[in-house]
Every structure is written in C-alpha cells, then in structure tokens.
Design a binder for this molecule. Structure first.
Ligand code: UDX
Length: 441
C-alpha cells in the first residue's frame, strides 16, 4: 500500500521503517530539512536499536523515502499517519498545534479518498477535532476517514514492540477505514481491537497511566519497607506472582521518567478534571513520583552530609547513568537531571558516566560542577559515594573491587536496585538501596 507518515521522531521513524519493511511504499515527511537530509543520506538521527539497519535497507530498496513536502507525500498515499509531537500545553492540557498543522496540510493536498490515522498520543476527542479541521479546509466528508491507532512502543525496543505488539488498537467510526488499517497489520501476529475512535484514544492514555500507577504503588510500598525489615524485591516478587497483577512494572526505584509517562499522567488528570470526572488517583501517582528523588537525595545527605546549609560541600559523588532508562540516549524527564541538580545544590562535585547519553547530558544538565567521565571507574575516582541512577546492563557486573579502590569511601546509593546486598557487602561496600534498610560492611 502507499503510505505517508508525517513526523520523523521516534514514533514516525519506527512506524515508517517497519511498514516499508513489510513491503509497503512509504513516504515519510518532516519539516526539519536537516533531519530529512540525514535520513535520505542513509543516516539515523536517533539512537534506537535495529532502526538504522531497517532504514538503510528500505531506503536502498526504494520502499522508503523522506521529504519535507506534505503535498507530494499526501497526494501519492492512501493512508496518512500523523506521528507528530503532542507536548503539554501551558494550561496543563495537550498542545495539539502540530496535529492541527498536519491536518491542515493534509486537507490542502487531498486528491482522492484518504484515511488519516492518528498515531500520536492525543486526548479523547482529537479524532473529531482532526475531522473538523479537514472539513473546514474544504474536503468533502466522503473523501476521507479518520482513524485512531495508538502506538505502544518503548524507546530502546521500539522496533521489536512494533513488530511484536501485545495488541493493535484501531478506533474509527468508519468500518471501511478500520478494515483497511487492519489489513496493514495482517503480517503481525497480534490481537486486533477494533473499536470507536474515542475509546481507542482513551486506551492509550489509560494504559500509560495504569503502568505509571503500578510504579508509584510499588514505590510507596518501598517507602514502607524502608521503615520495617521488609525487602521490596521480595515483596514485589510475591505480589507480582499473582497472575492478576503480574511482575512487569513493579520495579521500585527513582520513579518513572521519559517523554510519555509524566506527560500522559498529567494530560489524563487534566482531561478528567476538565470533563468533571477528576481521577484524583493520578494526583497521588504523580505526587509519589515527584517525591522519589528528594527522598533519595535526603538519604544521601543524611549519610554523607554535615549539618550545614551546604551539607555535601567538599564531597565528590559518582553518578552512574544519565538517560531516563537503559538502551536510549534520551534524557527527557530523566531522573538524572533532578538528582544532579539537587546534589550540586547541596554542594557536592559530581563525576558522571553514561554509556551513550553524555552528549545530551552536557546539553541538558550542563558542565558546572560536573565532570563527564569515560568509564564507571573514572567516575568513581576520589568519590565519597556512587549513585546508580540508570540500570544500564554494564553496571550490573562492574568490578566492584576496582570501583572500591578508586573511591575515598566505599558507599553505593543504588536508585535502581541492581545489586544484591550480599554482593556489595562482600566487596566491602556500605549499601543503600530502594525499599530496604541500609547494609553496612
Ligand atoms: C512508555 C510505554 O511503555 C509505551 O508503551 C508508550 O507508548 C511510551 O511510554 P517508554 O517511555 O519508552 O515507554 O519507557 P518505559 O520502558 O515504559 O519506562 C518508563 C519509565 O518507567 C522509565 O523511567 C522507567 O525507568 C520507569 N520504570 C519502568 C520503573 O521505574 N519501574 C518499572 O518497573 C518499569
């Protein structure tokens, strides 16, 4: 089929590349000419495992092209995916200006029947909004249909998630359009949920908000564990063994970050409030998440700090992991930003290491009071403590004896529970983790 994808960010690039790989002809559009030039030259502007090979192969075989011209892309396609950003608006709602601009541009280029598919995460009612924008720009109702087909892909495994989704959600008031979109996915082995547009829109927000709720819930239980002799990892294991609950997203830690969960929880909270059915449960989810870093930094200060207004003055802290989660260089809403800021504010000097996110961290966190290092061992040099912020795989099997020999004081503050108490105790470390009382060597 001939497909157009508007927006070459994470979602748009992965969607376009996968549909091309399944044999479709895909034209991907972005307003950023530099990005389009990089893509047409065979480059990949984001870090995403497996994506570069997919882009390169489909570009070479002529199934995937990139352009800045919406008219060209829309006129040649039957299905048009909108994959643009939906950032938070100033009033707490969702800024739909990029969706509106895309819909307007599409309307101006309609030359035959088109299916306009919203893949961006959007509030309930956006499908109707897109329809209104297109009609307002002179397109007859019989010349187009609108579909909501949310993405559920995770950064770092976006290609895998697109090829092997848990489910495909297709929402539309048009059976014909829904069936055509379903046909696009026929090569994938996944259940397809065909529903109305508004339900499809809410499925996306509700899924992300529920996952965020699981994380905040287990983090709240972790707080209880820290005041008792219970261990959150044991508790999560036992709770997750109930098939009605499941083990996924019960990892206690510094809370959720990234470009989706914080934004989507806020957007659903705002939408529910506006409609008059406030989901106060999400207020609690957000409050718990917001308290994670201050609580963790307080533990660091209590252990290392002087009773002073700059309690960590003269202390050096090694920070391991800067991206919002492993396998990505993305720092959007990363807990590292808040932690580095708080630790610097408390007077400490930082030595930070991340396998791939250092360039983005320099841009976002800055250089003041931080030395960016080439390895975890370099980050440990002269440190009074090490803080694990992101659970990169390479940190799990660090040579702890070597780390210890670099440090002034052998203390680990593990914000992601990657070590076992015995493992670090045997290596002679004092160990602070989430949801467990501290262990002295
Ligand atoms: C998420 C959703 O999973 C995806 O379906 C959606 O479409 C986009 O948003 P992503 O933002 O890539 O994907 O990250 P995800 O892997 O879901 O993790 C989100 C955050 O939750 C991360 O900050 C992670 O560290 C945190 N998390 C996750 C926990 O704190 N504990 C857990 O057990 C799991």
């Amino acid at each position: 089929m001939n497909i157009c994808v508007i927006g070459c960010g994470y979602v748009g690039l992965v969607t376009g590349a996968v549909f091309a790989d399944l044999g479709n002809d895909v034209i991907s559009v972005d307003i950023d000419k530099d990005r389009v030039d990089i893509l047409n030259a065979g480059g990949c502007p984001i870090h995403e495992p497996r994506l570069p090979e997919l882009l390169e192969r489909n570009l070479r075989e002529g199934r995937l092209t990139f352009t800045t011209s919406i008219p060209e892309a829309v006129s040649e396609s039957e299905i048009i995916f909108i994959c643009v950003g939906t950032p938070p608006a100033e009033d707490g709602g969702t800024d739909l200006s990029q969706v509106e601009a895309a819909a307007t541009d599409i309307a101006r280029s309609v030359n035959s029947y088109k299916i306009i598919v919203n893949k961006s995460t959007v509030p309930v009612g956006t499908g109707d909004f897109v329809r209104e924008v297109i009609e307002k720009n002179g397109v007859a109702t019989t010349d187009f249909d609108v579909v909501c087909n949310p993405e559920f892909l995770r950064e770092g495994q976006a290609v895998r998630d697109t090829l092997h989704p848990d489910r495909i959600v297709i929402g539309s008031s048009s059976e014909k359009a829904a069936n055509i979109v379903q046909f696009l996915y026929q090569a994938l082995d996944a259940p397809c949920i065909i529903t109305d547009t508004q339900s499809a829109e809410l499925i996306k927000y509700a899924s992300n908000a529920f996952l965020a709720t699981k994380i905040s819930f287990i983090n709240a239980v972790a707080n209880l564990c820290e005041l008792t002799q219970a261990d959150i990892r044991e508790v999560a294991k036992g709770v997750g063994a109930d098939s009605r609950i499941g083990h996924a997203f019960l990892g206690a830690g510094l809370g959720y970050g990234g470009s989706c969960f914080p934004k989507d929880v806020d957007a659903l909270l705002y939408a529910s409030r506006t409609i008059g059915a406030e989901m106060s449960i999400l207020e609690a989810v957000r409050m718990e998440n917001d308290s994670r870093v201050p609580r963790f930094v307080q533990r660091i200060i209590e252990r290392l700090g002087a009773k002073d207004h700059v309690p960590l003055e003269g202390k050096t802290i090694g920070v391991l992991g800067l991206s919002f989660k492993p396998d990505t260089d993305d720092l959007r809403e990363a807990k590292s930003i808040e932690i580095c800021h708080a630790l610097r504010e408390a007077g400490s000097r930082l030595r930070a290491y991340d396998p791939i996110a250092t360039a983005n961290a320099r841009r976002i966190i800055g250089d003041e009071g931080i030395e960016y290092c080439q390895s975890p061992y370099e980050a440990a040099k002269g440190a009074n403590g090490i803080v694990i912020v992101t659970e990169w795989r390479e940190f799990i099997q660090l040579n702890l004896n070597r780390m210890k020999s670099e440090m002034v004081e052998p203390i680990i503050f593990d914000g992601r529970n990657i070590y076992s108490s015995d493992q670090v105790k045997d290596a002679g470390f004092e160990y602070f983790s989430i949801g467990k009382t501290s262990t002295k060597h």
